[in-house]
Design a protein around this ligand. Structure first.
Ligand SMILES: [Mg+2]
Length: 371
């Protein structure tokens, strides 16, 4: 791996104009927009029953500590007046298409992160406006006019800073981090706000005594590599407000999954079920890390005669958690048992990913091998 060259990075990094746009409390705001009775009230999108989780919370609900991914039972305890509404992904997707059309009015370099979030590279914008700050203001106005919803925007010279900036003055806010301001901006921030540092990453850093960007910037690249492996270079730069990743308008990944080849052939139902559980665990780990949301689960098996067999199930909205992913996977297996002959490989993939736009070119599945 080449050594980090700071000066060159900084120079290359100061030349772009990047905007990160993020809708405010997206699912919950759509529900409040479409049902006036919900406005001004604590609303959670998601199931209220035993194992449900909160998919999104309105700002009124957040005041009580209700957050997305929180078990619904916990959310209800924190906020007894919380109103649960069922998710309506068709409505969310419709808004998503509207905002992406607004983005593409200004640039084709749009990289969606999810239904309601995207990076835009407006270094050269289609309308020749020139100022990224002005473009971000216009986009927020256009979103409000078209969707009756609010969005926040971050403007900066790289993706890392733009994303931090969009979070800075939420909801309905904007923040601009200009060239030369990035390193200072990052210093005082808690590392858990850095994109890519999940709750587990933040915990690990905490154990290593890293709480803020400044703590991270104090570590040298060798130390970071020893503790964070391939993530080290990204962290080293991030701690200095540097990020060289381009805005990618099309994504290579069409699915997330993994498969396993066995050292011996498997045929009994109990062996197959046990193996499936193991693959579910591992593949769900990949899905979480990729922050992928998809609608199709595919079970793939290779028989001892090398014939490949696969079976898929598609649901009409993104799979909401590991339980649902596991249940669909088990159903797929049960439907094909007993098998006509033993197998030597089993795999699971999640596809029809939310983050994939319909305009993207078809590419073969990029599969991660488990073994
Ligand atoms: Mg959002």
């Amino acid at each position: 791996m080449s050594d980090i060259d700071d000066s060159g990075d900084t120079e290359a990094d100061g030349l772009r104009k990047i905007i990160h746009v993020d809708m405010d409390a997206f699912f919950a705001s759509v529900e409040q927009r479409d049902n006036p009775e919900l406005r001004g009230k604590p609303v959670a999108v998601g199931g209220s029953s035993g194992r449900g989780v909160v998919a999104a919370a309105s700002y009124e609900a957040r005041k009580f500590g209700v957050k997305s991914a929180m078990p619904s039972v916990t959310a209800q305890r924190k906020c007894p007046e919380l109103i649960f509404v069922k998710s309506r992904f068709d409505a969310y997707r419709e808004v998503s298409q509207q905002i992406r059309a607004i983005f593409r009015h200004h640039t084709d370099l749009v990289e969606p992160l999810s239904l309601d979030e995207a990076y835009l590279d407006v270094t050269e914008d289609k309308l020749g406006i020139g100022s990224a700050t002005r473009i971000a203001e216009l986009i927020r106005q256009e979103i409000r006019a078209k969707t009756k919803l609010t969005a926040s925007a971050g403007v900066s010279y790289n993706k890392f800073l733009a994303k931090l900036a969009s979070d800075q003055n939420k909801p309905d806010g904007m923040c601009v981090i200009r060239p030369g301001q990035g390193a200072e901006f990052v210093q005082s921030l808690p590392v858990r706000r850095f994109h890519g540092v999940g709750p587990k990453g933040a915990e690990k850093m905490d154990r290593l005594g890293i709480v803020t960007g400044a703590d991270l910037a104090a570590k040298d690249i060798e130390w970071l590599r020893a503790h964070f492996g391939s993530f080290a270079d990204y962290l080293y730069r991030a701690a200095r407000g540097i990020d060289l990743r381009p805005v990618r308008s099309s994504r290579i990944r069409k699915s997330v999954g993994g498969e396993r080849t066995f050292s011996r052939d498997l045929s009994s139902g109990s062996e197959l079920r046990e193996t499936l559980e193991n693959i579910i665990d591992i593949v769900w780990g990949y899905i979480e890390r990729a922050e992928a949301k998809g609608r199709t689960v595919t079970l793939k098996m290779k028989y001892t005669d090398f014939q490949i067999f696969s079976r898929a199930k598609t649901v009409d909205r993104p799979i909401e958690g590991k339980d649902e992913f596991a249940a669909l996977s088990r159903k797929l297996l049960e439907e094909v048992l007993p098998l006509p002959m033993p197998i030597r490989l089993m795999g699971l993939t999640l596809s029809k990913l939310e983050r994939d736009g319909p305009e993207e070119p078809k590419r073969p599945d990029a599969q991660l091998s488990l073994l």
